[in-house]
Design a protein around this ligand. Sequence first.
Ligand SMILES: NC(=O)c1ccc[n+]([C@@H]2O[C@H](COP(=O)([O-])OP(=O)(O)OC[C@H]3O[C@@H](n4cnc5c(N)ncnc54)[C@H](O)[C@@H]3O)[C@@H](O)[C@H]2O)c1
Length: 435
Amino acid sequence: MTTSWSGQHARAGRLGVLFAGLGSISTTLIAGVHAIKTGIGRPIGSLAQLGGLDIGAPGSPKFSYLRDCLDLVALDNLVFGGWDIVKTDAYAAAKRAAVLETGLLETLAPELEKIRPWPGIFDNRFNRRNDITFYKKGRQFLDLADQVRSDILQFQDQNHLDRSVLLWCGSTETYLEPSTAHETLSGFEAAMRQSDHAVIAPSMIYAYAALSLGMPFVNATPSRTVDIPALMELAQRSGAPVAGKDLKTGQTLLKTILAPGLRDRMLGLEGWFSTNILGNADGETLDDPAAFKTKRESKLAVLQSMLRPDLYPELYGRFHHDVRINYYPPAGDNKESWDAIDIFGWLDYPMSIRVDFLCRDSILAAPLLLDLALFMDLAKRADLAGPQEWLAFYFKSPLTSNGKPAEHELSKQLIVLQQQLRRLAGISSATPANA
Ligand SMILES: NC(=O)c1ccc[n+]([C@@H]2O[C@H](COP(=O)([O-])OP(=O)(O)OC[C@H]3O[C@@H](n4cnc5c(N)ncnc54)[C@H](O)[C@@H]3O)[C@@H](O)[C@H]2O)c1
């Protein structure tokens, strides 16, 4: 292999990548970056590391790797840290997650053991675990946010960082209805001055802390977190980019590739039944119906928006769509996602498609987290604040501004992403942001 993954773009400085939740997806990213830097792994799945862009003038295409035309922070200059509600280190957490082989983890142990989380924010109304002792205490939620802010500032100082991004990668929280306290920043801050307001989830406190420092914030999970007007208002005011929610990794990725193809051929849909069999900690969390409600909402929305039953009622006016998750410990992180798709064609003749994706959840998620950390940092340096719709490519339920419907189609999301990357690369022929 001749490509060098590190050492590029030293001028982009040093970036702190902070995870709230040091579990399977975050430790798979951290271990992966160390493996790649030492030449024992490759960044497969990362657009930032492997993808290309047309940087030519209209009519004269010219290919460039993103890593060559964008001022991305080099892998050598990423410094990892974070919070968890379990006292651990990244080596022990990665071992428990059992995504990567023991031999690889042993090799990386000296680097991984150095990463020890700060106590996280825990509230058992949002996470039903009853064995948690490693968490921050405070009189009110604002005190907890202050402690998160001082963890961040101290970390930046100790590691001589130029900037940081915060990625929420904690367990899916129990379903939270929107409430009036979420509507405005002043209402939210009033609720933050209490200690037992059931409308403030732990993930919102991390988000509040990061955004108030103007730091980019990513919600990798389906939890509501930053998807409330109050925190969007804070992001705009403080100049912080936000992105979410719920990484588009396995089944939904395939859904957003397949469904537009069926629609483009004007094939009808009778039903789409999706089930998942997984045995990792995420699967265990999602075994709780209250947490699964959050995930289900995020997984169900995609088909309606791509198939447009409003435009094509004969084809898509009456399809059944269901999504299930089955926790089955022997499967570990190697999730099986199974789809039964019942379609109809010419003269209403029925046909069926079966998709059986034997995937690896965190192996699919880690490169998305890496891209998001690097691209959100670019967004921050380009003074982009609020929801970064151009990053919809990475999410099951992309955040949009002003309640605009989200784009779910992967190919359309990629076009938007590439247009924005061309702008960030300073290509003068790039389409203007609002085109
Ligand atoms: N794995 C995937 O492909 C994938 C895809 C999309 C979304 N997600 C979402 O990403 C999240 C993380 O997934 P995972 O597989 O790494 O899960 P995991 O269970 O392995 O890790 C979650 C970690 O978060 C910690 N945690 C829980 N609540 C916390 C809090 N309040 N503060 C700090 N830490 C907290 C847990 O102790 C655990 O270490 C989940 O919400 C999952 O639904 C995962």
